[in-house]
Design a protein around this ligand. Structure first.
Ligand SMILES: [Fe+2]
Ligand SMILES: [Fe+2]
Length: 222
């Protein structure tokens, strides 16, 4: 089997892991980590991969890593990046002889939630930028909306009405543009919880040869 996004999406176990992750994190009142987040992260990782000049197979690997990166959450939120990585290997080892692809994908998935990762592969960098840039109102679950003031993650996500990630191949700048409704929460709250994520995005962008720029409500902040 070739490691392509469309092949991986047809796997019934991947489908089930993502569905169970959604159920589990819903029960824990977390923001969306289900199909919506999987698809956005996958699409974005492929866009980043294409614009950074990855090979065709690496573009597919980036899409796959984006789609599967959070599917280990149904086992445990804690260390979920390792669970997802090992699950991916268990499901697809024996189905493919593309060991290089398999290795790049499981390494990227394992790297996506570490604060101190030293990046050594392209797919990891694309996944980090794609995943960490998905801060959005749509990730807040219906039942959390009534008590939004109680949870800073819900509040910050709910305050973000738009996010766009742009890679400029000429100027070599990655720009994350965020539109934040500061009537929901002050911009400082964003930094309170997302500063480490933004630093991780910068590290990933630099690995790919880009500068990272963060723009919130038209102000350039990083
Ligand atoms: Fe994650
Ligand atoms: Fe994620």
């Amino acid at each position: 089997m070739d490691l392509t996004l469309s092949n991986i999406k047809q796997d019934p176990q991947v489908e089930l892991f993502i569905r169970e992750t959604d159920r589990k994190l819903n029960a824990m009142s977390y923001t969306d980590h289900g199909k919506r987040h999987a698809k956005i992260t996958s699409d974005r990782a492929m866009m980043i991969a294409r614009k950074s000049g990855f090979s065709e197979v690496e573009v597919e690997y980036a899409g796959i890593a984006g789609y599967c990166h959070d599917m280990g959450n149904f086992l445990d939120r804690n260390q979920h990046h390792y669970w997802a990585s090992l699950l991916f290997h268990q499901v697809f080892n024996g189905q493919t002889e593309d060991y290089e692809g398999l290795t790049a994908i499981i390494q990227a998935i394992a790297n996506h939630d570490k604060d101190e990762a030293r990046l050594t592969n392209n797919v990891s960098a694309a996944l980090i930028l794609a995943d960490k840039s998905d801060v959005h109102r749509d990730r807040v679950k219906e039942k959390a909306k009534d008590k939004i003031e109680n949870d800073i993650h819900d509040r910050v996500n709910y305050s973000v009405t738009r996010n766009d990630l742009d890679l400029n191949e000429t100027t070599k700048v990655v720009t994350l543009m965020i539109q934040l409704d500061d009537k929901v929460t002050p911009i400082m709250d964003f930094f309170d919880i997302f500063l480490s994520r933004m630093k991780y995005c910068r590290k990933a962008a630099e690995y790919l040869g880009f500068k990272f720029k963060l723009v919130i409500n038209d102000f350039e902040l990083l």
